[in-house]
Design a protein around this ligand. Structure first.
Ligand code: SAH
Length: 362
């Protein structure tokens, strides 16, 4: 592995400092950043308004690409899935979710769902990502570059980010925040904080830490159970951070940020789809004025997961409504080519999230 620094892990100020160390004026930083984030240059050598010696120094000091596309695959519903290889040959997935006309409020919305870890340590019983445990955290550059490469390969500017791919983002807090600051910065990808959603299994200390960040990032919490008894069965993390603590942390987030948050709730037949759970979820969401995304679970090879039937899902949603809770529920016909991946369906759901607050789906 090279000892060069990853260019896409460093911010503007740090770049300025490194340029001074190379005896170059700090103002060159903006020119270089423009090449990387605006023009998506493939090499330092091609940065034609920089002197040849500087280009050489940059190439000797930094690596530019952190992820490398192996293949892309189109699902039947126009989401596009990218398989990326990292320099250590690990594989991660990233998904591009184009606007769904008629479903989303803005027709030019292009969302990228990024991964934050290779594998995952949390072992949720319904999730494909944690089946083999965790290998490592992604670097900031590997997170940022997923978005850049998807932009380059699709030829379209991305304007919305959901951190809902492989891994637990808040377990990789420092690299995640570093990446999000670059994604958010005007000199970086320029994507507004309000267009960035971080989804978590519910790590209480990090939710509070995120609440205290200056960036107005959106929070989504994977709840999937409305009592400790039910949640614990499918999410081992609930033993460490039981519901009361989790909901208190959410309360802190909502009150500090003065922003709405979202609960994600996958529906698994016979596990968490009782109307008693719906009532408890409704009460919790009401207290926090949270929206709910209901997601009929995806099949995962080797896991026993059954989706409740359509009527059951609708009844669950209706029960939430009686608590005054807005929820989305997408009941899709058939299964697309990516159905085996635990993540993908949710990402379709996130496409639906763009709907105005009071709109219902399904
Ligand atoms: N670790 C973070 C983000 C990654 S998972 C989190 O837990 O939120 C992103 C979402 O996909 C989570 O809400 C997760 O519960 C959901 N998911 C995992 N497996 C799924 C499956 N089989 N069907 C539907 N959604 C699933």
């Amino acid at each position: 592995m090279s000892t060069k620094a990853d260019f896409k892990s460093i911010g503007r100020e740090e770049l300025g400092q490194r340029l001074r160390d190379l005896d170059e004026p700090a103002y060159r930083a903006d020119q270089i950043l423009q090449w990387v984030y605006d023009k998506q240059a493939e090499s330092f050598a091609g940065m034609s308004n920089l002197s040849a010696p500087l280009r050489k120094k940059l190439a000797d000091s930094f690596t530019l690409d952190a992820v490398h596309a192996l293949k892309t695959r189109n699902a039947t519903d126009t989401t596009e899935k990218f398989l990326f290889q990292l320099r250590d040959h690990s594989l991660i997935e990233t998904v591009l979710i184009p606007a769904t006309p008629g479903l989303t409020s803005s027709s030019d919305r292009r969302t990228v769902c990024v991964s934050t870890q290779v594998g995952c340590a949390y072992g949720c019983k319904f999730c494909a990502s944690g089946l083999d445990g965790i290998k490592r955290n992604l670097t900031a550059a590997e997170i940022v570059d997923q978005v850049l490469q998807v932009q380059k390969l699709s030829g379209e500017k991305v304007n919305n980010i959901v951190v809902m791919g492989m891994g637990e983002p808040l377990a990789n807090y420092e690299n995640l925040m570093r990446a999000l600051r670059i994604i958010n910065a005007p000199w970086g990808l320029g994507i507004g904080a309000r267009k960035i959603t971080v989804s978590t299994v519910g790590l209480v200390p990090q939710i509070k830490q995120l609440a205290d960040e200056p960036m107005q990032i959106r929070l989504a919490v994977s709840l999937h159970g409305a009592t400790d008894e039910v949640r614990e069965k499918i999410m081992p993390v609930n033993k460490k951070y039981p519901l009361k603590e989790l909901l208190d942390a959410c309360d802190y987030y909502v009150n500090t940020k003065k922003r709405m948050m979202t609960f994600e709730y996958i529906l698994i037949e016979g596990v968490n789809d009782s109307l008693e759970q719906a009532h408890k979820l409704g009460a919790a969401a009401r207290r926090l004025r949270a929206k709910v995304n209901l997601i009929p679970c995806n099949p995962v090879e080797g896991l026993l997961l059954k989706r409740p039937d359509r009527d059951r899902c609708k009844m669950f949603q209706h029960t939430l409504q009686t608590h005054g809770i807005t929820s989305t529920l997408r009941l899709e016909k058939g299964t697309d080519i990516n159905a085996a991946c635990g993540q993908l369906r949710l990402q379709h759901e996130t496409g639906a999230k763009a709907a105005p607050k009071d709109e219902h789906h399904g």
